[in-house]
Design a protein around this ligand. Sequence first.
Ligand SMILES: [Zn+2]
Length: 222
Amino acid sequence: MIEIITKKEPPQELTRVVNQDLADITTVEHITFDAFHLEEGVLGGFDPRDKLIVIDLGHCLTNTLFMKKGMMHIPGVWFNMLWALYHEIAHAIQVEGKPELADSKRPSDELENEAQSFTEESIVEWAENNKIPTLEEMGWAGEQLRFAVNITYPQSMGQNLLSEIDALNNGGIGLLDTIVAHHPKVSMIEHKGLCELIDKGEQGVIVNNQRYMDTKGFFSID
Ligand SMILES: [Zn+2]
């Protein structure tokens, strides 16, 4: 049984994934959830000697990697947390398979690439069976987001946020046009193809007459 050390409250869904996916991994015995605790910008870490994974919920809250690719704010924070967890699980599995890796200072590029693919696949698989937690279900990060939202949208809740939550409830995580605008490699023809896919109900949804990509769609373009 894995020991969960809560310095800051993680989303319950993240704890569920911990209990489910780390149960059989022998290289991890403890996981700590904290905020602004790791090096600047680092979302998570794995220490094979202490059999410890650390997730930095603070850096997951402030990291804008997915938002810079057109994802909306709330799912952007959620997927940072899920990304960090699966990424460190990947490293734990690598050490389980090759115990001598525990002695190396940091993973090689090859191991990092392998961890990235594992993480992406795990996220898409997760999205097929689960829903993104609401702000209320997102623990400490959700509280911080609600606070930020009140600053950003002072007139109670602004239209932007309401449409974001509407889209989220239907599985959309970013406006198609915004996502395409942040992926310069996507051609006009591919953009048109994505519109047609979403109109057929694949890789995205239409909410309030706007096309949104879903998680699978988002992680399938690059
Ligand atoms: Zn890594």
